[in-house]
Design a protein around this ligand. Structure first.
Ligand SMILES: Cc1cc2nc3c(=O)[nH]c(=O)nc-3n(C[C@H](O)[C@H](O)[C@H](O)COP(=O)(O)O)c2cc1C
Length: 108
């Protein structure tokens, strides 16, 4: 079945121009794929797990072949769940504002 994940990266909600543009695309997408499931992943809704010291430590543990436990196990479960949500779609739409001449958090 067709499915699309829309990753919303502007924090400006109803004021967001990239989101308004994405909505125009989504109207056309829904018309072309009437049975498709559209999942919206708003990066600002609090569900994106933090990738801080605990998750980084969990990753290192996984790479070293260690069993995780406690907070690291929880952090890695959240990472895995997020990845599976992302990987489970056929199409992707990223609505992205321009910040400092680039995508937010990429202007390193
Ligand atoms: C932190 C920040 C940096 C920005 N940098 C640029 C920029 O480099 N060039 C530009 O044309 N607009 C820049 N803007 C303006 C945004 O691109 C504009 O407000 C756009 O509508 C943001 O997308 P959104 O409406 O989907 O949030 C910046 C806005 C913010 C908040």
């Amino acid at each position: 079945m067709d499915s699309l994940l829309h990753v919303v990266s502007s924090p400006r909600a109803t004021a967001s121009l990239s989101l308004a543009l994405a909505d125009v695309f989504l109207d056309a997408y829904r018309e072309a794929h009437p049975t498709a499931v559209v999942d919206t992943f708003n990066l600002w809704d609090g569900t994106l797990p933090a990738f801080g010291p605990t998750a980084v430590g969990a990753r290192a543990g996984i790479l070293a072949g260690q069993e995780l436990g406690g907070p690291q196990e929880e952090a890695w479960a959240a990472v895995t769940e997020t990845f599976e949500r992302f990987a489970g779609h056929r199409h992707y739409l990223f609505s992205v504002p321009v910040w400092n001449g680039d995508m937010p958090y990429l202007d390193l």
